[in-house]
Write a protein that binds this ligand. Structure first.
Ligand code: SF4
Ligand code: SF4
Length: 115
């Protein structure tokens, strides 16, 4: 079975458009939404992301909704499908932000199939 793994130099999930994320509606409170709005640039990317290196600048102090291992517990599909759910989510983010043939997608597939 494939295991989910976050890869370095990705950050594909650090681009927010809450209007497109109806799946998050009942998982974020008003403070979370205000925080997301305050840390989102006009083009959708998080202000805390070092775009050149694709790294979170506040990694140790990132919000709870950025902590995949914690936040995923709120998703019924994670409880049902486990890592497959996370892998599919990452592939969606990577595909929409970098493309299916991107180096990020290639590295993610390698990281999630070798285990
Ligand atoms: S999309 Fe997945 S692999 Fe990429 S940074 Fe986010 S959690 Fe990590
Ligand atoms: S706080 Fe860090 S992990 Fe969260 S969206 Fe911004 S850059 Fe990504």
């Amino acid at each position: 079975m494939k295991s989910w793994s976050c890869i370095e130099k990705c950050g594909a999930c650090c681009k927010f458009n809450l209007n497109e994320r109806t799946d998050l509606a009942n998982k974020l409170n008003s403070q979370d939404i205000a925080l997301i709005e305050s840390m989102t640039c006009d083009d959708g990317w998080c202000k805390n992301m070092d775009r050149k290196n694709k790294q979170c600048l506040i990694y140790e102090n990132r919000p709870h909704f950025c902590r995949v291992n914690e936040f995923s517990m709120q998703f019924k599909d994670y409880l049902k499908f486990g890592d497959k759910f996370l892998i599919d989510c990452c592939k969606q983010h990577i595909s929409s932000n970098y493309g299916n043939k991107s180096i990020e997608m290639k590295n993610f597939k390698i990281a999630t199939t070798k285990k």
